[in-house]
Ligand binder design. Structure first.
Ligand code: PNW
Length: 480
């Protein structure tokens, strides 16, 4: 192939119809001085995300019941230096301050979660009015500041009193009842719900690997059953919200699907990435968006496959208003002449990652997350429900936290997200993880993901450089 000259390069750009059509019109005078901005569609929803157990604290206050994360974090050796979410960011008391942080960014949306055992201390049965009131206060504070709340019903803090946790089908039913209760109580002021957050984390990492609460290591058949109860809970949650919420309430889920990026952007590898996406997410997102388990998954698991009752798959496949994707890290695939048609490439030891050892940096992951899911399942809307990274943040003598590594991570991801939006994929919003440093599960307070620094001794919040950058990005509606 001939090397592109400046002239032929210009032609090939003009020949890319969608991307070129989306570029803002610039006058020739401007053109020489102003670089083209990587703009997002008008009305794109910028925001931040958090989760209840990671920020609220007040674990014992106002009638909150214990969750499996309280028990787990209080068990010797389960979390970094025994860190717990007892106090966390104390957002239970400081929520107005946290809404101010959002307001200062000019965020349009906020993704927060509800602690199930704060509103239903036993998981089922008698509600706790004081717990519910807390969420009404938070939501009202957001709305008074023109910030739209997006509420996750389950972000891992399962009520401890539900017997056998996700091993029991009854827990999926209990989740449906809890979802119905929240829909009745809050849908006058919350119009968007996510059922569950990240199936693989509250099933596999919790019941197979043992890294998260309740810290079990079950066999394959039991783990598949736990997974089934997870997706069933999601489906029951969707139905409960549809049946009990005010008209116009919308529902989806927040899922960290494994994202497969083609190692080379060529037809055969792009197709391999699609195959890998379907197969690689078979127990979770594929089941939810297709309403069935793939034959290949059932065959592979054989006698260990989940026991499915009549009607389950229809519930699991309940239609959604949007799909939320939590995006952190890529897998790379290439086409292969094998029955599967693809292979996942192992990572070299030099592959860059952030302080969280699992958080490999490959910003194109966010483009392929949106594109693969859109191409395979055509959801009406997609939100990036989490994206962000840990970094070794240091407060300098002048008080500044110059998290240029996080800024690099975020900026590059947004450039690839902008590509997805400009090609017409239906990505409607972005929730940065996270508004502020918080309790990072088994890593305790040793890993910081916030764009605001939290001094956990004083609870003082300080914007990091990335908060300034994110504010500029939101203001320009384009990557700053
Ligand atoms: C997500 N992994 O968790 C969660 O939704 C958040 O609560 C969490 O704080 C955030 O990402 C950062 O970790 C994950 O090991 C935890 O691959 C672990 C993994 C992925 C996501």
């Amino acid at each position: 192939m001939r090397k592109p000259t400046r002239r032929t390069f210009g032609k090939s750009v003009a020949a890319a119809p969608v991307a070129a059509a989306m570029l803002p019109a610039i006058s020739s005078a401007q053109a020489s001085t102003t670089p083209a901005r990587l703009s997002f569609p008008q009305g794109f929803k910028w925001g931040c995300a958090t989760a209840a157990y990671q920020i609220e604290g007040a674990a014992d206050e106002d009638g909150r019941g214990p969750s499996i994360w309280d028990n787990f974090s209080h068990t010797l050796g389960k979390t970094f230096q025994g860190d717990t979410g007892d106090v966390a960011d104390d957002s239970y008391h400081l929520y107005k301050e946290d809404v101010r942080l959002l307001k200062n960014l000019d965020a349009k949306v906020y993704r927060m979660s509800i602690s199930w055992s704060r509103v239903l201390p036993d998981g089922t049965g008698k509600p706790n009015g004081k717990g519910l009131d807390y969420y009404k206060r938070v939501v009202d504070e957001l709305r008074n500041n023109d910030i739209e709340p997006y509420v996750t019903l389950f972000h891992w803090d399962l009520p401890a009193s539900l017997p056998h946790g996700w091993q029991s089908r009854t827990t999926a039913k209990a989740f449906g009842d809890y979802a119905a209760f929240i829909a009745r109580e809050l849908s006058d002021r919350v119009h968007n719900f996510f059922t569950t957050n990240e199936f693989v984390c509250f099933t596999d990492l919790s019941y197979k690997v043992g890294q998260f609460a309740p810290g079990l290591r079950l066999d394959a058949a039991q783990v598949n059953q736990v997974r089934h109860h997870g997706v069933l809970a999601h489906g029951l949650g969707v139905q409960a919200i549809r049946a009990n919420a005010k008209p116009g309430t919308r529902v989806g889920l927040a899922e960290n699907a494994t994202v497969f990026a083609p190692v080379i952007e060529e037809k055969q590898h792009v197709e391999a990435a699609l195959k890998a996406t379907r197969q690689g997410n078979a127990p979770f997102l594929t089941a939810v968006l297709e309403g069935k388990y793939l034959e290949s998954y059932l065959e592979r698991e054989g006698a260990n496959a989940p026991k499915v009752e009549a009607g389950d798959m229809k519930i699991i496949g309940s239609p959604l208003d949007f799909v939320g994707l939590n995006v952190y890290t890529p897998e790379y695939v290439r086409a292969e002449d094998s029955p599967a048609g693809y292979s996942v490439l192992p990572r070299q030891s030099s592959f860059p990652h952030m302080p969280s050892p699992w958080l490999f940096v490959g910003p194109e992951v966010i483009y392929w997350a949106v594109r693969n899911v859109s191409t395979l399942w055509k959801p009406q809307e997609i939100y990036i429900t989490e994206n962000g990274c840990s970094a070794d943040d240091v407060v300098r003598a002048d008080g500044c936290i110059n998290d240029t590594d996080r800024l690099m991570y975020l900026r590059n991801h947004l450039m690839h997200l902008q590509r997805a939006a400009s090609e017409g994929y239906p990505v409607k919003g972005y929730f940065l993880w996270s508004l502020l440093d918080n309790y990072e599960w088994a890593d305790g307070y040793s890993k910081r993901f916030g764009i605001h620094y939290v001094d956990f001794k004083t609870q003082k919040r300080t914007p990091k450089l990335t908060a300034e950058w994110y504010k500029a990005t939101i203001a320009a509606n384009s990557v700053a």
